[in-house]
Design a protein around this ligand. Sequence first.
Ligand code: SF4
Ligand code: ZN
Length: 375
Amino acid sequence: MPATCSACGTSPAALRRPKTGHALCRACFLAAFEEETHQAIVAGRLFRPGETVAIGASGGKDSTVLAHLLQLLDQRHGYGLRLLLLSVDEGIAGYRDASLAAVRRHQHRSGLPLHVVSYRQLYGWSMDRIARHLGPRNNCTFCGVFRRQALDRGALLMGADKIATGHNADDVAETVLMNFLRGDVGRLRRGAGAGPAGGEGAVPRCKPLRHAYEKEIVLYAYFQGLDYFSTECVYAPQAYRGYARALLKELEAARPSAVADLGHSGERLSLRSDLRMPARGTCQRCGYVASQPLCKACVLLEGLDRGLPKLGIGKHRRLRDKLQDGQPLTQEERRRLGALAKEEPPEEQVPLGELGRDEELWGKQELRGPRDLDF
Ligand code: SF4
Ligand code: ZN
């Protein structure tokens, strides 16, 4: 005989909650999940009445559940928000085009306005073209930097006060693990909170699903019959995050609370008070937030535009700075630059089909790239 729901005591249980182990019926699970998200929003003071909130919409399960929940909870509890969907088209054929189709279906059903910003439009490079130049590794470094800026630029264009992203408890725990393993103190400090926080970007961000387990988000989407896209990005298997994810899955199998515990550890982490954090300034080239003379996106673009994409990645920093400043290179530096150039594959033509796809996404909108955007 099936177990009875431990909340209502009448209906048969439909699942055992991964987060708490409680047996619940469908209605009680949906109610509990929605109420917990509402409580996280209230406790974290994530929104203020009258705010315009751009929901980062990728078409995947997390952002689809987030968009559904924010619309529902806004109506139920009278948050007084103006909600918008904001998508980033990285230019990854067979992945982002299919997931953007899911976003459009959601837009159609929900009636929320949608805006799409593309890497091609903003930076002159699609991820597929970057990957052809860069090879299989480090693509997520470029993509992550570009996406952060693209979301900010899209949000500013839409007049949004805040960006809400679909990061869940598993994402946060992976990030804590990854930053810890890399010794990235700056990111450890700002990575685990639910927000709102200015962080690195120009528009404050928040993560309303920051305490929701990934498995429960999947269950919520399933029981609500939400339509989302679930294929993994073609460049994901090479990402360092994958190792943190695999480690987290092992930890979770041994102890389910490991996901929440790691997130709490990240939140409570205290850093030495004499630790120097980078000062926040603006990029000399594009005006975006930067802790160096050039923002990370402009540094990566500099390497791409010179035909030396690896110049933009960590270990070549001194060489890059000298090139940017027009300083003479030592013999050893000239040798390294030559070796770097030999590593690069030959220039490839961008297929016209890709250009057509971006123009179709963008319609007739006017948006300038980071070289001439000024805010
Ligand atoms: Fe971009 Fe990497 Fe995510 Fe693919 S897996 S969308 S390349 S960050
Ligand atoms: Zn810049």
